[in-house]
Ligand binder design. Structure first.
Ligand code: ATP
Length: 419
């Protein structure tokens, strides 16, 4: 089989790495790919959102299966465009990817089908939004841009002043363009967050092993929010009872709800969950593999990923037995100094040949004069497995210690908090 993976970050590196283990696969392309992916796949210089050229490439090269990994091409309808040309594609169509593409849509869905989530209201004009916030008079309160905003569209306002500013910036000043012309104002919930990704063909849902992310830039969850500074799997909090509760109250109802709405969801659905005192609630849905959760989930998957993707496309997921290793995985993100604000690129990375049993997923790297150099804020995800989390943490940090470049930094507490 010839497979094309769309995207070029750490998540796509993990997906390509897993696909490369399938005996079904002869050739992998990745567009646009990155310096690490280039070792396993032929990288193609097409932007992940360039639907027209991606379809043309898939047709010209007789691709058997296209795996669309990032959110924006899914929301823009890349899977629909592939299918129209008779190309098999893994991922939700645009009418289902809306579950991530519009928070107003996903909140309405949860309300209509009684899926536990924070209370909310949706607004398109700032005066009504601010009147609502004043009437509620409960802080912190959460203000979310409706559409995709590169992970920056959520503001936790500590007081009325901050809330007013966020509403004005989104609705009146167009800070996030069209994505912020509608806002969701949401009740602030507290509790630890757990991510569960699930394969679904629109009828059957099969959750993957749980994971937890570290979003803040510095140790002990200090500093600014980032795209994720590290992950581990399994979560220490997500036990069998929680898994059962989520299956019954969240996963199955969500899949059924999407089908009832005429928007069957096929692909990977990501459930961002908060363990509150009043049970597990949905914080967000993503319509794809999460980054960097994928980097710790796929190394624990025993079953051939290509077989699973084909079963999803053919709507026979119920026939597949998905098996997982009884172990743990940890991914420590090594980043460029200054991230997430401003940072330099182009530093040569040393130590990559010397990491032993670990897998180093590249997030922001490029090849320059035959050498791997930094090319983004989050540069590498050093991933290790172990018999349990403690062993995986030790192994991952032993790998991190061997790799370096100018101004490199990373968190030193990934997976450590015991709760
Ligand atoms: P991502 O980058 O994860 O895709 P996003 O921009 O889609 O993020 P959300 O995941 O909805 O936004 O929110 C980002 C973060 O804000 C959450 O992980 C959570 O920590 C916090 N958050 C969101 N909603 C709430 C809420 N109702 N109560 C408390 N915290 C919240």
């Amino acid at each position: 089989m010839k497979i094309l993976v769309v995207g070029g970050g750490g998540r796509e590196h993990a997906i390509v790495w897993k696909i490369a283990q399938s005996p079904k696969v002869d050739k992998i392309y990745c567009a646009p790919g990155n310096g690490g992916i280039a070792e396993l796949a032929e990288c193609v210089d097409i932007a992940a959102t360039d639907i027209e050229n991606m379809v043309k490439f898939a047709k010209d090269n007789a691709i058997d299966l296209v795996m669309v990994a990032p959110d924006d091409p899914l929301v823009l309808g890349m899977v629909d465009a592939m299918e129209k040309e008779g190309i098999r594609a893994f991922g939700p169509r645009a009418n289902a990817a809306i579950i991530e593409g519009s928070k107003a849509f996903s909140k309405e869905l949860m309300k209509k089908y009684n899926i536990p989530t924070a209370n909310y209201e949706v607004f398109t004009d700032s005066t009504s939004a601010i009147d609502y916030i004043k009437a509620q008079n409960t802080f912190p309160t959460v203000i979310k841009a409706d559409g995709l905003a590169l992970g920056k569209g959520v503001i936790i306002a500590q007081n009325l002043e901050e809330a007013e500013q966020a509403v004005h910036e989104m609705i009146d000043d167009g800070k996030f363009g069209k994505s912020g012309s509608r806002v969701v104002i949401e009740e602030f919930l507290t509790g630890p967050e757990v991510s569960v990704l699930a394969f679904t063909d629109g009828k059957t849902v099969k959750p993957m092993v749980s994971a937890q992310d570290h979003k803040r830039v510095y140790d002990n969850d200090k500093g600014l929010n980032t795209g994720g500074m590290g992950t581990f799997s399994p979560s220490r909090l997500y036990d069998d009872a929680k898994a059962e509760e989520c299956m019954k109250n969240i996963f199955v109802p969500t899949i059924k709800a999407m089908s009832s709405e005429g928007r069957p969801f096929k692909g990977v659905l990501y459930f961002g969950l908060m363990m509150t005192a009043n049970g597990v609630k949905v914080i967000e849905y993503n319509c794809r593999f999460g980054d960097p959760e994928t980097q710790v989930v796929l190394p624990r998957l025993k079953t051939d990923l290509v077989e699973i993707m084909e079963a999803v496309i053919d709507e026979r997921l119920d026939e597949i037995n998905i098996e997982w290793e009884d172990n743990a995985a940890v991914c420590v993100v090594m980043a460029s100094g200054g991230y997430p604000v401003s940072y330099k690129k182009g530093y040569e990375i040393s130590g990559l040949d010397n990491v032993g049993d670990l897998t180093v997923f590249h997030a922001g790297t490029a090849v320059k004069d035959g050498k791997i150099v930094t090319n983004g804020g989050r540069v590498l995800g050093v991933t290790a497995v172990g018999k349990d989390l403690d062993e995986a943490i030790k192994n991952a940090y032993a790998g991190v210690a061997k790799i370096s470049w100018t101004d490199e930094f990373h968190r030193s507490d990934i997976g450590i908090k015991k709760y």
